[in-house]
Design a protein around this ligand. Structure first.
Ligand code: GLA
Length: 731
């Protein structure tokens, strides 16, 4: 999997279908040679022919054809003649740039090391994963960089991360440290990203890569609704089923950046890592710093193939939660049903109706603590409000459990209301600048998770409540971006570390709490999908995808999210109409069919539904439970994009291809339209597949090569979910 050819100084990584090759070149520079479809290089000397060029800075006086700006680097440095956006910028104690690191050595080992303090994917023995660690050195300063690559041959995945170590005698300041850089030697690419906003997260956007730098990222302290820490370079015109795709995803929940630069020679560089705009790190003598992991996926069969690789890998190697491979319960959440106005009686009324409909988990959302009757108060005062819940959380949980359901509870542990007992006793625990009042977001402030005592208190509080064993599920919310990022406990020359220290504090809490309570199912939330990233998903195997619960809006949100993240990660709820976010009314079938593509839940008061709607809900839950394993763990394929028209369709195929479910949604209807013939994918060619409802039979080849006629809908917002199973093989 990982090979070193001494003759040519080639280091090559091989997965089942891909190769990634680098070379220790002249001057001990580590260069990027190739990444793509599996390939063999013959032994030659000239993988990168050098030519004399005009008006370029000559970095090696002895070689008039050696220009750093012309070379593809594996990790890039600024200051000696490579003028592209670098992987690292660091200065020594005199303020002088440390650049031009050179290869010193490498090691190859089995398995995959953890990254201290940071979440990451992991390897199991059966994976035959190997890790290459390459040491680059800067002799004068004594600073070393370790580039780590783990190869997962059967998953077709390569992960990367970077450690920097200061073995010199004086301090160094890091201003930028990327987790991965890839210099594509040539090629015309499109860039695919997942921009958005609250309520319309992870929409798909494509643009051609032209000269200059395009940068996406977050400086909000969270990975954000506005951009997901994901970017892909695509060969021009690549589609769901064809073309080359290079995916980059950062396992990080704070400020990140992805920079894509096309230079004068049409070489394309991509960097991904912590956003340098809000970052600096002082590295004292003897200290080291680890950057988060980036997960790299290549597909030569388009986007569906790339997504399939991410889905399988993340489904199995991202979260160690015991729920990662377990079927998830159908839940009801009281938020949109009651908002802050509830009491035990009204909750139990919803719960009892829910149980009757087949719901398995009742989740009590915001409003159960302190004086929390609106979003202006009480975050930080995690003591039950006895006016609403006279028997406390434990009393309510007992009652829910005795109905035969599990009980879940909402927290927003990272926050503090200025109107709270906690703030009155510890105002200094909130992030705030010295001489100006902090900006509020959703009327709340953010706790300073760089402070040890704050982290310790959050852990204590959560352990106390969860230690009662009254809670089976936790919804972990986080409802605002960070501002006023200043900590009175950090010295002035370390304030640039605060955003990252916040994330490290958060990971420490999540690690400790999820390890202490392995039986609790944790769901991440950040005003919906504001932190839907692999960092959080490492600790919490599901995430509330968006606060927008409208079925039509969800088509785009879930379609975009599926580019990287498997459907089982996506919390998807049926809510009331008119929808609370967009005012749209859709039928209960449409709402159920949209939510059923992910991790199904309900977020409404069943007591307000008509009998026909209740019957529909009951049937939805029966159907979902019947096919839950297939839906939650099957292989997901996108068929028709809601970004390209008024129709959306996708399908989920069981791992053994013996059954699949097809989902089809009509958004706005047009008069007098024909049926759509859609080509299915991912099933076997030879067998026959029987449509469960109609009993119609099709060959796999017909469904894939000729297609399947979708129903003709003549009114807006219609949908259908069709199950097929494999019959006898034909031919
Ligand atoms: C956020 C969440 C919602 C709900 C509210 C409660 O907006 O995304 O699902 O929990 O907070 O305040």
């Amino acid at each position: 999997m990982i090979k070193f050819s001494k003759k040519n100084n080639l280091l090559s990584l091989h997965t089942k279908n891909t190769s990634y090759i680098m070379q220790v070149f002249k001057n001990q520079h580590l260069l990027h040679i190739y990444w793509g479809k599996s390939m063999v290089l013959t032994e030659r000397n000239n993988y990168l022919p050098l030519d004399e060029r005009v008006n370029m800075v000559n970095s090696d006086p002895a070689d008039k054809s050696y220009y750093l700006e012309d070379l593809p680097f594996e990790y890039a440095f600024w200051g000696k003649g490579d003028f592209r956006t670098p992987s690292l910028t660091a200065v020594d104690g005199n303020g002088a740039v440390i650049s031009n690191f050179i290869y010193e050595s490498h090691t190859i080992s089995n398995g995959k090391p953890e990254i201290p303090g940071l979440p990451s994917t992991f390897a199991e023995e059966a994976d035959d994963a190997e890790t290459l660690e390459i040491k680059l050195i800067h002799k004068k300063s004594g600073v070393s960089i370790y580039l780590l690559y783990t190869v997962f041959p059967s998953f077709d995945v390569i992960t990367r991360n970077v450690k920097i170590e200061n073995r010199g005698s004086s301090q160094v300041v890091i201003n930028k440290i990327m987790s991965a850089t890839v210099d594509f030697v040539s090629g015309e690419y499109e860039l695919l990203t997942l921009p958005g906003a609250w309520g319309r997260e992870r929409w798909i956007e494509r643009q051609s890569v032209s000269h200059g730098v395009v940068s996406i990222g977050s400086s909000r302290g969270i990975s954000s609704h506005q951009f997901n820490p994901f970017a892909a370079l695509l060969s021009q015109g690549a589609s769901e089923g064809s073309g080359e795709v290079y995916g980059f995803n950062l396992v990080y929940s704070g400020n990140f950046v992805a920079e894509i630069e096309k230079n004068q020679d049409d070489r394309v560089r991509i960097n991904m890592g912590i956003n340098p705009f809000t970052f600096s790190w002082k590295l004292g003598a003897g200290e080291s710093f680890s950057a988060p992991e980036a997960v790299l996926v290549y597909s030569d069969k388009g986007l569906n193939c790339m997504s399939g690789i991410y889905h399988e890998f993340y489904g199995k190697r991202l979260s160690r939660s015991i729920y990662a491979r377990k079927e998830r319960p159908v839940l009801v959440n009281n938020w949109e049903a009651t908002y802050f106005s509830f009491n035990e009686k009204s909750l139990l009324e919803i719960a009892s109706k829910s149980k009757d409909l087949g719901i398995e988990l009742f989740v009590l959302d915001d409003g159960w603590f302190g004086e929390r009757n609106s979003d202006h108060t009480s975050l930080g005062d995690w003591v039950v409000n006895k006016d609403k819940l006279p028997d406390g959380i434990e009393g309510l949980s007992d009652k829910i459990r005795s109905m035969g359901m599990k009980f879940g509870l909402w927290f927003e542990p990272e926050m503090i209301s200025s109107d709270s007992k906690l703030f009155r006793s510890h105002p200094e625990w909130a992030l705030q600048l010295k001489d100006s009042p902090p900006a509020e977001g959703r009327n709340q402030l953010v706790l300073d998770l760089s402070r040890d005592e704050v982290v310790v208190e959050i852990i204590r509080m959560l352990k106390e409540i969860l230690g009662t064993k009254a809670v089976d599920y936790v919804k972990w919310d986080m409802n605002r971006s960070l501002t006023d990022v200043y900590s009175s406990t950090l010295p002035s020359d370390r304030q640039g570390e605060l955003y990252h220290r916040y994330v490290l504090g958060l990971y420490r809490i999540m690690d400790e709490i999820t390890s202490a309570f392995p039986d609790i199912l944790f769901e991440g939330c950040s005003a919906g999908g504001g932190r839907f990233d692999p960092g959080i998903l490492h600790y919490m195997p599901q995430f509330w995808t968006s606060d927008n619960t409208d079925a039509v809006s969800r088509l785009k949100i879930q379609y975009g999210t599926s580019l990287v993240y498997p459907q089982i990660f996506m919390g998807a709820h049926v809510s009331a109409v008119p929808n609370h976010q967009v005012g749209r009314s859709t039928e209960i079938e449409m709402r159920g069919n949209a939510a059923m593509m992910g991790n199904l839940g309900y977020e409404l008061d069943f007591n307000k539904l008509k009998n026909e709607e209740l019957d529909a809900v009951r049937q939805q839950i029966v159907f979902y439970k019947k096919y839950r394993k297939l839906i939650q763990f099957g292989r997901f394929y996108r068929l028709l994009s809601p970004f390209e028209g008024e129709k959306a369709s996708w399908m989920i195929v069981s791992q053994d291809k013996s059954e699949f479910i097809l989902f089809y949604y009509q958004i706005l209807a047009e008069a007098n339209m024909p049926r759509t013939l859609v080509k299915l994918t991912g099933i076997d060619v030879n067998p026959i597949y029987k449509e469960t409802g109609s009993g119609d039979i099709y060959s796999g080849s017909e469904l894939m090569y000729r297609g399947y006629f979708l129903p003709r809908f003549t009114v807006d917002f219609q949908s259908v979910v069709v199950h097929f199973y494999r019959g006898d093989s034909i031919g």
